[in-house]
Design a protein around this ligand. Structure first.
Ligand SMILES: Cc1cc2nc3c(=O)[nH]c(=O)nc-3n(C[C@H](O)[C@H](O)[C@H](O)COP(=O)(O)OP(=O)(O)OC[C@H]3O[C@@H](n4cnc5c(N)ncnc54)[C@H](O)[C@@H]3O)c2cc1C
Length: 439
């Protein structure tokens, strides 16, 4: 349709580059990296929004499943007494880590949005300072990994929440199917998650390359690379926690994540170099270094960033003292639960050794789930939208599970009428034995 169509030059989107009347490309950014940084940062808005959308989906799913679990009674220690399914350790372990993830990701999403606003103001004001350029690159790296993390967590969380509601999770009016479906394309649009993560790992690898060069270390205005200054020292660290209560502090997963990012960065860099030395092209080397290396690196990096931001927030003087204990538990649970998925690498690289360490992390996760269980409904009440927006009979705030289900069923269209085919069915009702004479 656009073949031989001329688009007037005034329509050019030319914030970071332009074309003269003679057809020569010009840009205020002389340095190629700076030019890329300015352009990439501007493209981050969609992903920053998708992070927020995924968090909303996870909030909805978790709110429905936890309210349902607190009111649904099933089995019990005695035949006479049934207990809410949230009392079961399995149900707690399935749902409460997602509640913790919602809190941590919500904070990350909102703080990243504010970072993006700051960057955007710089664009509008035509700020060409080195800080503005680095900010664009950093926000790009955070949004290209933040979108995969939040959309995948919402995807897995919505499915877990649906199953956690048993058969009621599949009733359309309870909305869990719609929430899951609505969230799914967040994993694909504005860049497929697996492809996007390569942008973040490239950013981290360029930090390691820049370290050894005269141009000096790469800076991150938002501080997400700051700890890498201690790269060599961090790589020599070990997991030294001795008991479960010490393990329940969010500084434990934070320290482990710093080691994990440094280790995966070192391993990814080495893997790329090995590939190149064995005769692969740069393209092949990149492709063959994604699985277990660059891909895991980008995920560990963003999980660390989310945890670091939330850790600082819950420990800050601005957070009311009365709320800190419960928020710190959420922070620790999010950190340990996410870290637990990397246990094999933590052992493989020698940060963790012995049976006890792995068991401590598991025990700490279970203990935190149990301690948060009694606060779970109140924590959901904080994040859930009003009932008419949540729009799920099993997820209403009053906890009147069966009354709400029943009244929703009764309010369905034509629910108290005979079906349209009833009269026809009665008129032509098959008579038992009528076909026998024909046989
Ligand atoms: C519901 C929906 C709405 C959309 N809306 C819009 C819109 O409004 N505007 C718009 O412009 N676009 C839109 N899109 C398109 C969307 O942005 C693209 O589909 C998305 O970026 C993925 O690109 P693709 O479809 O070309 O996938 P492909 O690049 O063809 O990817 C296919 C598969 O190959 C894998 N793959 C590709 N490259 C690599 C690689 N280098 N390494 C490893 N694996 C790789 C991917 O992981 C993926 O699994 C929308 C998509 C959806 C699903």
């Amino acid at each position: 349709m656009f073949h031989n169509v001329r688009i007037p030059k005034e329509n050019l989107l030319n914030r970071t580059g332009d074309i003269t009347a003679e057809g020569t490309y010009t840009s205020a950014y002389k340095d190629l990296k700076q030019r890329l940084g300015a352009s990439l940062g501007a493209l981050s808005s969609g992903r920053v929004m998708i992070i927020a959308m995924s968090v909303v989906n996870l909030k909805l799913a978790v709110s429905i499943a936890i309210r349902f679990s607190a009111t649904r009674h099933q089995f019990g220690p005695t035949d006479e007494k049934e207990i809410p399914v949230l009392e079961y350790q399995m149900q707690q372990w399935r749902l409460i880590p997602y509640l913790a993830a919602v809190y941590a990701l919500d904070y990350f999403s909102k703080s990243l949005f504010m970072n993006f606003i700051e960057f955007h103001i710089g664009l509008i004001m035509k700020d060409k300072s080195p800080r503005q350029i680095e900010l664009g690159r950093e926000i790009h790296a955070l949004s290209t990994s933040g979108k995969p993390l939040s959309s995948w967590l919402a995807q897995q969380g919505a499915q877990e929440c649906r199953e956690a509601c048993g058969g009621h999770g599949y009733l359309t009016m309870n909305r869990l199917g719609d929430i899951r479906n609505d969230n799914d394309p967040n994993c694909t649009y504005e860049g497929d998650n697996n492809v996007l993560l390569q942008q973040t790992s490239n950013y981290l690898l360029s930090w390691l390359t820049a370290r050894g060069q005269d141009s000096g270390p790469m800076t991150s205005p938002l501080g997400s690379l700051d700890y890498l200054e201690g790269y060599d020292h961090i790589l020599r660290q070990k997991f030294t926690v001795a008991d479960v209560h010490d393990c329940m502090d969010s500084s434990v997963p934070l320290t482990a994540y710093k080691w994990l990012v440094c280790y995966l960065l070192q391993e990814s860099f080495q893997k790329l170099r090995d590939q190149e030395q064995s005769g692969c092209t740069e393209f092949e080397a990149k492709n063959n270094s994604q699985v277990y290396y660059c891909h895991s690196l980008a995920i560990a990096f963003i999980e660390h960033t989310v945890l670091q931001r939330y850790h600082e927030y819950v420990h800050s003087a601005e957070t009311p003292a009365a709320l800190q204990p419960v928020l710190q538990r959420l922070c620790s649970l999010y950190g340990l639960w996410s870290l637990h998925k990397h246990m094999a690498v933590l052992y493989q690289g020698g940060f963790v050794s012995g049976e006890k360490a792995g068991r401590l992390v598991q025990d700490a996760i279970l203990e935190l789930c149990s301690e948060l269980k009694d606060d779970a409904v109140a924590l959901v009440d904080v994040i859930a939208p009003p009932d008419f927006i949540l729009n799920s009979p099993i997820g209403r705030a009053d906890g009147e599970l069966y009354k709400n289900l029943w009244s929703s069923v009764l309010q369905g269209s034509k629910v108290l009428e005979r079906p349209s085919w009833w009269a026809e069915f009665c008129a032509n009702k098959p008579v038992v034995g009528r076909l026998r004479s024909r046989m």
